[in-house]
Write a protein that binds this ligand. Sequence first.
Ligand code: FE2
Length: 265
Amino acid sequence: MGSQLVMAPNWCGCGVLSSNSRKMSTNDFKLSSSPFKFSKPYPRSAYRVTAYYGLTTPPYELDALEPYMSKRTVEVHWGQAHNEHVEKLNKILKSSTFYGHTLEEMVKVTYNNGNPLVEFNDASSLWSHDFFWESMQPKGGSIPQGGVLTQIEKDFESFTNFKDEFVNAALSIFGSGWVWLYLKRNEKKLAVAKTQNAVSPLVWGDIPIIGLDMWEHAYYLDYKDDRLAYVNNFLDHLVSWHSVMVRMMRAEAFVNLGEPNIPEA
Ligand SMILES: [Fe+2]
């Protein structure tokens, strides 16, 4: 068998060369059964291919969240603030040792147990913004159905208590940050948390379920300083309970929310 070009998957589905990949000689390509064909010897300057993360498009039109989040806010937030993290991260990665990680892995590894590395801020912000856009949908909000509602009522005693806790956490953030509904792996229950700057529950090893951006750029154009109206409109009209249901179903692959049911040998 000939040598193979080692491609590592990343979060956007495009391939990146892993840092663990050895450098290749032109003989590799002669031996390889790879479909990559080169008419000339591969230039040495092109051996190094850096990891690349792209700007993911929100899963709806940019004006689809109006009147609760304006097209202008989404344009500025997604097209500028979010995109800046993409560009900064890719720039840092040109001289970084981190290659071939999924974005989620990158966030966890670069948090470095509370001593964040230089890649962390943009990697985590990028992950959280992707998560934020998918935490919303047109005609969202209101009350979840079925298992999601049951789990919230179990862990917060009532849906009203969950909303109060979420709103209070959001309004008590000093400066810039995020508010989360997340699943605590060890306690096997949902909880609300606020985080500063770019931190998310991912770094604690827990599972985010909803993420709301409480940086000023997320709300100021539409709400000025009225953060209560921003958070209430998110919960009443924007939050995607469908995404929550899907995320809870995925989370259950890692956290058993019911009684253990292990077949006897
Ligand atoms: Fe943001």
